[in-house]
Design a protein around this ligand. Structure first.
Ligand code: NAD
Ligand code: UGA
Length: 460
């Protein structure tokens, strides 16, 4: 613990989606960056200038900054933090069984970092943590010469590098204005909006942003359901609503709902946190319920379209990752949907351009293939779960020739329904108006299945 803390040197703890992208972005901007990572495979990949996760553009940046000696992966915390002016904590905060954020990784990382950090360093918490965590970490720390700030991250997987290079805003919260200012200078350009505040507000800005976006999606999904009941078209409704700049069109894409490593865990963690403070956050409870109902509604459309039963039916699922351009399978809707279909008697063949390997351990009963045409071969129905652009671009005439049945359920409203109907398919969406498509009710359709009739998944 000698020498002076130098803000030109940054230590990032955790080489995951957030840590590694942040580290790459900082190294690109000229800082000397060390990434402390406990996982030897992740460390080895970074040392070789390769990304251990699928994130567009990350391989190229890593290879450049590692090659130039500006970013290095290390195992030892002492080596990582030595001389660093800023130590960014970007380890996981997965959900506990009760829905709280599990802070074990944060505590372990912070405890190890503060033991070795250079006097004058700022510890910046980038992991998403419940209100009050940054202050309590500062109180736990016995050292006077370190400052703590909350430095929430708003990047999206699939466009994470772009988001680090051009953040929508930089938010830093803490009690020491100098420390807050040093961290706020790390990212963004002079025009980037910067919001400096206390750490509890910064923690709630992060949770509030994710929870608001998730609620917006659940709202449009409820509207999509109403569109189906009234004959309206959810895309027109979303376009029209989105033209109001106070509403905006983004996050109004109806479909299977939100998944991923953050929305599900953060919405629940915020709801749980509110509960600890005696508040029932009803809106979040409803957003969560609507989200889980969307998955059952999608399964219900397959059951209904196949005449009321999935017993012995073969269903092809296109898309496994929780969204396109990532291989992240954490809380991916595909997992719930496929397990539900399998419980209802279907045999499922699923595919994804990049997530098949990560999906394999989660879906032991499912046949996983790389080629969407192979998945569709012999299928009674095809269901789209992730809106990869290549699925819209498939040769749908060929897909329909390969299938045994004709049903295509578009869980992301991403396909050209008219084209599929012209090719002889029965196209079913999540609230799109059938327009001049073939009648939505195909001859083999059975009784209407209410989502409540699809049993919730029995886990475990
Ligand atoms: P991740 O699981 O991909 O990465 C965390 C990494 O930290 C792992 O590689 C793990 O091995 C490593 N790690 C754990 N403990 C460590 C320790 N003591 N020392 C060194 N390395 C350690 O997680 P992530 O998706 O990058 O998310 C990290 C945090 O950022 C979470 O709190 C998440 O909520 C938040 N966040 C994530 C995103 C996102 O898009 N993934 C966006 C914004 C915020
Ligand atoms: C989200 C936020 O957008 C980021 O700002 C935040 O930093 C991040 O969570 C986080 O805290 O981890 P991400 O999970 O990468 O980013 O993905 P999003 O693009 O937000 O999509 C989340 C989920 O919502 C996906 O399952 C997506 O399919 C779904 N979604 C999104 C919709 O169903 N409809 C929409 O209109 C938009």
């Amino acid at each position: 613990m000698t020498g002076q803390a130098d803000d030109g040197v940054v230590c990032v703890i955790g080489a995951g989606y957030v840590g590694l992208v942040t580290a790459a972005g900082l190294a690109e901007r000229g800082r000397e960056v060390r990434v402390v990572e406990v996982d030897p495979e992740r460390r080895a990949a970074v040392s070789a200038g390769r990304a251990p996760i699928h994130e567009p553009g990350l391989d190229q940046v890593l290879s450049a900054v590692v090659g130039a000696g500006r970013l290095r992966a290390v195992e030892s915390m002492g080596e990582g933090v030595a001389g660093a002016g800023i130590v960014i904590v970007a380890v996981g905060t997965p959900p506990t069984a009760d829905g709280e954020a599990d802070l074990a990784q944060v505590h372990a990382a912070v405890d190890a970092a503060v033991e070795h950090a250079t006097p004058g360093a700022v510890v910046a918490i980038k992991s998403t943590v419940p209100p009050g965590t940054t202050r309590s970490l500062a109180h736990r720390c016995r050292r006077e010469n370190l400052a703590f700030v909350m430095f929430p991250e708003f990047l999206r997987e699939g466009s994470a590098l772009e988001d680090i290079r051009n953040p929508s805003r930089v938010v830093v919260g803490g009690d020491d204005p100098a420390a807050v200012g040093r961290v706020a200078a790390l990212l963004g350009d002079p025009d980037t909006p910067r919001l400096l505040c206390d750490s509890v507000s910064a923690e709630l800005i992060k949770y509030g942003s994710n929870a608001f976006l998730a609620t917006k999606i659940s709202f449009i999904n409820e509207m999509a359901h109403l569109c189906e009941l009234t004959g309206a078209d959810i895309e027109k409704v979303a376009d029209g609503m989105g033209l109001d700049p106070r509403i905006g069109r983004s996050f109004l894409s109806a479909g299977l709902g939100w998944g991923g490593s953050c929305f599900p865990k953060d919405v629940r963690a915020l709801e749980t946190s509110a509960g600890y403070h005696g508040q029932s956050f009803w809106l979040l409870k409803a957003a969560i319920e609507v989200n889980s109902q969307q998955r059952r509604r999608f399964a219900g459309k397959l059951v209904q379209g196949l005449g009321g039963s999935l017993d012995g039916r073969r269903v092809a699922i296109l898309g496994l990752a929780f969204k396109p351009f990532t291989d992240d399978m954490r809380q991916a809707p595909a997992v719930d949907v496929i397990r539900q279909l399998e419980e209802l008697g279907a045999s499922v063949v699923a595919t994804d351009p990049v997530a098949v390997d990560r999906a394999r351990p989660l879906l032991p009963r499912t046949a996983l293939v790389d080629d969407p045409y192979a998945a569709a071969t012999g299928a009674d129905a095809v269901g789209v779960v992730t809106e990869w652009p290549e699925y819209r671009g498939l040769d749908w005439e060929r897909v329909l020739r390969l299938m045994r049945g004709r049903l295509v359920v578009d869980g992301r409203n991403c396909l050209d329904g008219e084209l599929i109907a012209r090719a002889g398919g029965v196209y079913v969406s999540m609230g799109r108006r059938p327009r001049d498509l073939a009648p939505a009710a195909p001859p083999e359709v059975g009784e209407l299945i209410a989502p409540e009739a699809i049993p919730p998944l029995t886990l475990g």
